[in-house]
Design a protein around this ligand. Structure first.
Ligand code: MN
Length: 735
C-alpha cells in the first residue's frame, strides 16, 4: 500500500542524498552545492509567512525537482529561483557564477513569478507568458510546477482569500499543464490541495464518505491483491502489485461532472500491476479476465493507442469478490515511470548524455503533442490577437482538449469537447479545412455540426474547388479553426478589393477617355500614392476597392479634373452630400431610375441583399463606388450614414437574371433536398448554390442561391417550396 504522507519541507541533506543517487560527476555536485550556498546567503534574514527561514522554500523546491531526476543545471536553478526577484543579486552575477544555462532558467522563472503575484487583471498576459516560456524551455515550467507544489503544500499560512485565488489559478492553468506534460504525481497532488481549498465542504463530505467503509475496502483490496499474486506466481510471470484508493478529486469529479451518486461510484479501488514486457501486460490482462468478470466497455488499451501525453497502460474494471468493483491497470515499469513523471521521465537526467538543452527541447517537442499545438496557436496569432484571445485559444484547444480522435491512418489528435469534424480538418491542415466538403465519422457521413467523441475515426472529404463559408465561424469550436477561417476571408477580401479597385479606376479612366497606360505610366503616380498615404500601388487598389479612398479624388489629383463633368453629377459625392443633402438629381421625380441604360451613373446592385426588379430599394452614395442600391429592408442599410438617394426601377426594365438568397427551415427527412431542387426546376430558376445544415433540434436549414428576374418570379419560387411537406418557413435573406 502506498500511503506515504507528503512532508512539506525537506532539508539540504535530503536533497543531496537524492542528488547522489543519480548525479556523480564532481563538477555537477559542485555546481549544485555552490548554488545552495549562494541562495542561503542571499535569502539570509528573510522569513516565510510561517516564520521559518526563507531558504527552506528553495531547498524544498530543489528536493521536488530531484524526485523528477532533473539535471544539475535545473536543480541549481531550483535553489536560485527566487534570488533575483527577492534579493539584490542580478542575473548577470548568476550568469557569471553559474553559466548561461542556469541564468536562463532563473530568468525564465523570475519572469513568471513577477507576473504571477501582481495585478490580477493582467492574468491573461501572465498565462500567455507562462505558456510561451514553456514552449521555449520546458524546464522553466518544471521548476514552476515544483515551486507551486511547495507553495501549495504550505498554503495554510496565507489568508483564506489569497489561498482561494492561488488555488483557482492552480486549477485553471498549472493542473492542466501538468496533465498535458503527463506529470501525474504533481498534477494529482495540486488538484487535491486546490480542491480542498476551493470546495472545503465537498472535500470533507467526500472524505467522510470515503472513510466510512475504509476498513472494509482495504480488506477487500488486500484479499484481491493476494489472489492475483497467487495466480501470477503460478504462471511464473515477474510482476509488482500495488493497491490504492483513488484520489479525492477524481472521485469528486465523477460525482459532480457525471452527476453520479457517491454510492454509484464503484471503482474507488484500484490495483496496479507492473511487469517487464508488453507481452506480459496482455498475458496478465488475460489471466485477470479469466478469474474476474470484466465490466463491459471498460477495457482500454492505451498501450496500442497511447494518450497524447505519452501515457501507456492497459485498463480494465472487474467485478471482485462480494460484488466489490476494482479498476486494474497493467503496464511495464518503463510505462509506469512515464505515467507518474510524464515528460520528466523521458528526459530524466543521464550522465554522459551529450544532448544540448536545445536538442532535449526538440526531442520533447516531438514526443509531446502539446508543444506542437501551442506552437500552432502562437503561429496563428497576429497583431490583432490580444492576450485574452490567445489564452482562450490555448485553454480551449490545448489545455481542455479531452476528446481524442483518429485519422484513418491512426494518428491521434486531441480536440476540445464539442469540437466538430471541421475543427478536426483545420487541425490537420488549414488547406484540408478550406477544401472540406464533407465528413465521415467511423465510415458514415455526418453533418458538419456533428460533435466528435473520443475514439471516432474521422475522414475529411475535400474538393479542390471547395471554399470556406462564413457561417463556419459559428460552427467551429476551436480557436485554431476560427482563426484559420478568418485568415482565409481576410485574404479573399484583399484580393476582391484589389480587383474592385482596378475596376473603379478603369471606369473612371474610361469616363475621361483615358487608357490604363495613361494611369500606370503617369509620372506623378508615386507622389500621388504618397500624398494619400498608400505604401504601394496594390495598397491603393485596396483602399479604392474597399471604398476608403475615393477613386474620383485620387484620379483628379493624379491626372487633373476631367474636361466634361456633365456626365458625372450623380457620382460626385462632394456636391450631393455635403453641400446639398437633398440635391435634386436631374432625373424625373428626383429618382434615379434603374433601367436598361445606366451609362451616365455608376450604379451597382448591392451584393449583400441582392435587390431584384420591383423590390423597394434605396440608393447609397458610396465613396468611390458610385451608387449602391440596397433593398430598403437590408440590415446593412440601418448601419449606414445618411447619404441616401431615391432610386426606383424603370418600368420597362429588361428581364435579366438576378441572384436571390433564400433560407428554408424544414424538418429533417430523407429526400427533402431533391424535392426542393425539383420544385426549383419547375419554376425555371437557376440554382447557383445549395447548402444544408442539420440543426441541434433536428431541423434542417437549407440556404439557396437561385436566380429570379423580378419579384413576381420570386413569389412563384417561394410558393413552390412552401408547398413541399416538411417545410416550415422560407425567407429571403442577405448574403
Ligand atoms: Mn518560489
Amino acid at each position: 500500500m502506498k500511503s506515504e504522507r507528503k512532508r512539506a519541507t525537506y532539508s539540504y541533506e535530503e536533497v543531496m542524498q537524492n542528488v547522489r543517487t543519480y548525479i556523480t560527476k564532481p563538477e555537477d555536485i559542485d555546481l549544485i552545492e555552490r548554488a545552495y550556498q549562494w541562495a542561503k546567503k542571499a535569502h539570509e534574514n528573510q522569513y516565510r509567512k510561517s516564520g521559518e527561514p526563507y531558504i527552506i522554500h528553495p531547498i524544498s523546491v530543489a528536493y521536488i525537482l530531484t524526485t523528477l531526476t532533473v539535471g544539475p543545471a535545473t536543480i541549481a536553478a531550483g535553489f536560485l529561483h527566487d534570488v533575483v526577484e527577492d534579493t539584490p543579486i542580478t542575473l548577470e552575477e548568476i550568469a557569471k557564477e553559474f553559466g548561461p544555462q542556469v541564468a536562463k532558467l532563473v530568468s525564465g522563472v523570475t519572469k513568471l513569478d513577477k507576473l504571477q503575484y501582481r495585478a490580477s487583471d493582467a492574468t491573461s498576459a501572465n498565462y500567455q507568458k507562462l505558456i510561451i516560456s514553456m514552449v521555449e524551455d520546458v524546464r522553466v515550467i518544471i521548476i514552476k510546477l515544483a515551486d507551486r507544489l511547495h507553495n501549495m503544500r504550505t498554503i495554510g499560512n496565507l489568508r483564506e482569500e489569497k489561498q482561494k485565488r492561488i488555488a483557482q489559478e492552480t486549477m485553471d492553468i498549472l493542473v492542466p499543464i501538468a496533465h498535458r506534460l503527463g506529470i501525474y504525481k504533481i498534477k494529482s497532488e495540486l488538484e487535491d490541495i486546490s480542491f480542498k481549498i476551493l470546495h472545503r465542504d465537498h472535500y470533507y463530505e467526500m472524505a467522510a464518505l470515503v472513510n466510512k467503509r475504509q476498513e472494509e475496502r482495504l480488506h477487500a483490496l488486500d484479499a484481491m491483491m493476494k489472489r492475483i499474486s497467487t495466480i501470477l506466481d503460478e504462471q511464473e510471470i515477474e510482476f509488482e502489485i500495488q493497491g490504492r484508493i483513488k484520489n479525492m478529486y477524481s472521485i469528486y469529479k465523477k460525482v459532480v461532472e457525471k452527476g453520479k451518486d457517491f454510492n454509484e461510484i464503484f471503482d474507488l479501488l484500484a490495483i496496479r500491476i507492473l511487469t517487464d514486457t508488453v507481452r506480459d501486460c496482455y498475458a496478465i490482462l488475460g489471466f485477470i479476465h479469466n478469474e474476474y468478470r470484466p465490466i463491459p466497455n471498460r477495457i482500454k488499451d492505451y498501450i496500442a493507442m497511447p494518450k497524447p501525453n505519452m501515457y501507456q497502460s492497459l485498463h480494465t474494471t472487474v467485478l471482485g469478490d462480494q460484488g466489490t468493483i476494482f479498476e486494474v491497470q497493467i503496464r511495464t515499469h518503463e510505462m509506469d515511470r512515464i505515467a507518474e513523471y510524464g515528460i520528466a521521465a523521458h528526459w530524466a537526467y543521464k550522465e554522459n548524455n551529450v544532448m544540448t538543452s536545445e536538442q532535449e527541447q526538440r526531442q520533447m517537442e516531438q514526443e509531446v503533442k502539446i508543444f506542437k499545438e501551442i506552437k500552432a496557436i502562437i503561429e496563428d496569432a497576429d497583431d490583432t490577437t490580444n492576450e485574452t484571445e490567445f489564452i482562450e485559444a490555448v485553454k480551449a484547444d490545448v489545455l481542455s482538449a479531452n476528446v481524442y480522435v483518429f485519422t484513418p491512418r491512426g494518428d491521434v489528435y486531441s480536440l476540445t469537447s464539442s469540437a466538430t469534424p471541421l475543427d478536426f480538418a483545420y487541425r490537420i491542415h488549414s488547406e484540408v479545412g478550406n477544401k472540406a466538403t464533407g465528413f465521415k465519422v467511423n465510415n458514415r457521413i455526418v453533418p458538419i455540426s456533428y460533435e466528435l467523441k473520443t475514439g471516432d475515426v474521422v475522414e475529411v472529404l475535400t474538393s479542390s474547388s471547395a471554399k470556406p463559408s462564413e457561417s463556419w465561424l459559428r460552427i467551429v469550436k476551436t480557436g485554431h479553426a476560427k482563426s484559420k477561417i478568418r485568415q482565409y476571408f481576410k485574404h479573399i477580401r484583399r484580393d476582391e478589393n484589389i480587383m474592385h479597385g482596378k475596376d473603379f479606376i478603369e471606369r473612371e479612366l474610361e469616363i475621361r477617355g483615358l487608357e490604363w497606360q495613361d494611369f500606370i505610366n503617369s509620372s506623378d503616380l508615386n507622389a500621388t500614392l504618397e500624398r494619400y498615404g498608400q505604401k504601394s500601388l496594390e495598397e491603393a487598389y485596396i483602399a479604392i476597392g474597399s471604398g476608403s479612398l475615393s477613386v474620383r479624388v485620387f484620379i483628379n489629383k493624379l491626372l487633373g479634373q476631367p474636361k466634361d463633368t456633365r456626365d458625372l453629377h450623380s457620382d460626385d459625392n462632394n456636391t450631393i452630400i455635403k453641400n446639398e443633402p437633398q440635391a435634386p438629381v436631374k432625373t424625373p421625380k428626383n429618382v434615379i431610375t434603374i433601367g436598361n441604360d445606366v451609362d451616365n451613373v455608376l450604379i451597382n446592385l448591392a451584393n449583400c441583399c441582392a435587390p431584384i426588379p420591383n423590390d423597394p430599394i434605396v440608393g447609397y452614395i458610396s465613396k468611390g463606388k458610385g451608387i449602391i442600391v440596397h433593398r430598403t429592408d437590408c440590415p446593412s442599410v440601418k448601419q449606414m450614414g445618411e447619404r441616401f438617394i431615391n432610386v426606383g426601377w424603370a418600368e420597362n426594365i429588361e428581364k435579366t437574371k438576378h441572384k436571390v438568397y433564400l433560407r428554408v427551415i424544414s424538418f429533417d427527412r430523407p429526400g427533402l433536398l431533391s424535392e426542393i431542387i425539383n420544385s426549383l426546376y419547375a419554376v425555371k430558376t437557376d440554382i447557383i448554390d445549395i447548402t444544408s445544415t442539420v440543426n441541434h433540434d433536428s431541423t434542417v436549414t437549407t440556404r439557396l442561391t437561385v436566380t429570379a428576374v423580378d419579384t413576381m418570379q420570386l413569389d412563384k419560387i417561394k410558393l413552390s417550396i412552401q408547398k413541399i411537406s416538411g417545410v416550415y418557413t422560407i425567407e429571403r435573406t442577405t448574403k
